[in-house]
Design a protein around this ligand. Structure first.
Ligand code: C2E
Ligand code: CA
Ligand code: CA
Ligand code: CA
Length: 279
């Protein structure tokens, strides 16, 4: 009867872990998201603190689901990694970001670079280098304008393999950034041996920069080290004028964060970029 059916549903929903339900639902939606065209990229500028110019943007994925709304990458990227879906999603991000940047270069922003996040699992896949080459070939983007953001944990998982991939990227002319620098379990010795172009200081060191002397000391030490190693330094999560001034005084190369610009969709970026340039 109807009543029994109702009881059954109650039985299952209380018997099953809520989190597991959410995860299963999210996974089934995620499997269809690419075909259904539910992803788009936002672009967050990096400000050159010496010249005041925007020379590069970071591509950040967004998932707009018809029922769930906007799902944060912090939520679905780990799931995409666990399920292996990151391989396809990551390839899509690379292709889309390179094509968009090439388009912008041909339409008023000739020297704009692009920075693309690469997850640990994606970086370890043997198909990865091929995906990078494919994205460059299809878009026609000069490899020197592409930078890939890796985390220390991604890189240190299998250091021998990572070195070979990073050397291949270097041969292609693609740049490598270390994202969230300072948060991973890291041995600084890799900085000596690996072809790294940029370190992005994690935003946790920037948040209280204006009133925490130990954060200033850490940031200052990273910048000094970067100068010695000829590695460019980016500060992320810059939210205030004070933070930006401190970073400029410390000779940090680039700043990124809400104070400069939040991640923008393509239309907003085209308008915002002109405004920033006109300042
Ligand atoms: P992330 O690479 O460290 O990116 C920085 C995050 O901080 C972004 O969150 C950005 O929107 C946010 N952010 C930027 N400026 C500020 C600021 O001034 N204050 C604060 N509080 N936050 C700021 P988002 O876009 O939600 O991305 C979260 C994470 O998801 C990223 O962290 C990255 O690890 C991952 N992710 C995003 N897009 C991709 C992608 O295309 N591929 C992969 N593999 N991972 C991605
Ligand atoms: Ca990043
Ligand atoms: Ca980061
Ligand atoms: Ca992060």
């Amino acid at each position: 009867s109807k009543n029994q059916g109702g009881n059954k549903i109650t039985y299952f929903s209380t018997g099953m872990n809520d989190q597991a339900m959410v995860r299963l639902e999210l996974e089934s939606y995620l499997r269809k998201a690419l075909q259904k065209n539910e992803f788009h990229l936002c672009y967050q500028p990096l400000l050159d603190l010496q010249t005041g110019e925007i020379t590069c943007t970071e591509a950040l994925i967004r998932w707009q689901h018809p029922h769930l709304g906007l799902v944060s990458p912090a939520q679905f990227i780990p799931l995409a990694e666990e399920t292996g879906l990151i391989e396809e999603i990551g390839a899509w991000v690379l292709t889309t970001a390179c094509a968009q940047t090439k388009y912008w270069q041909q339409n008023g922003f000739p020297n704009l670079g692009i920075s693309v996040n690469v997850s640990a699992y994606q970086f370890q896949q043997h198909a990865f280098i091929g995906q990078v080459i494919e994205a460059l070939n299809v878009s026609g983007l000069d490899p020197g304008y592409l930078s890939l953001e890796l985390t220390e944990s991604a890189m240190l998982k299998d250091i021998v393999y990572s070195i070979s991939v990073m050397k291949s990227l270097q041969e292609l002319g693609v740049k490598v950034s270390i994202d969230d620098f300072g948060t991973g379990y890291s041995s600084l010795s890799y900085l000596r041996n690996l072809p790294i172009d940029t370190l992005k200081i994690d935003q946790s060191f920037i948040n209280n920069l204006h009133d925490d002397p130990s954060d200033i000391a850490i940031v200052k030490a990273i910048i000094t080290m970067g100068q010695g190693l000829a590695v460019k330094i980016v500060a992320e999560g810059v939210e205030t004028h004070e933070q930006m001034n401190i970073l400029r005084d410390l000779d940090c190369h680039y700043a990124q964060g809400y104070y400069i610009e939040k991640p923008l969709d393509t239309d907003a970026f085209e308008k915002g970029f002109r405004t920033v340039e006109n300042v």
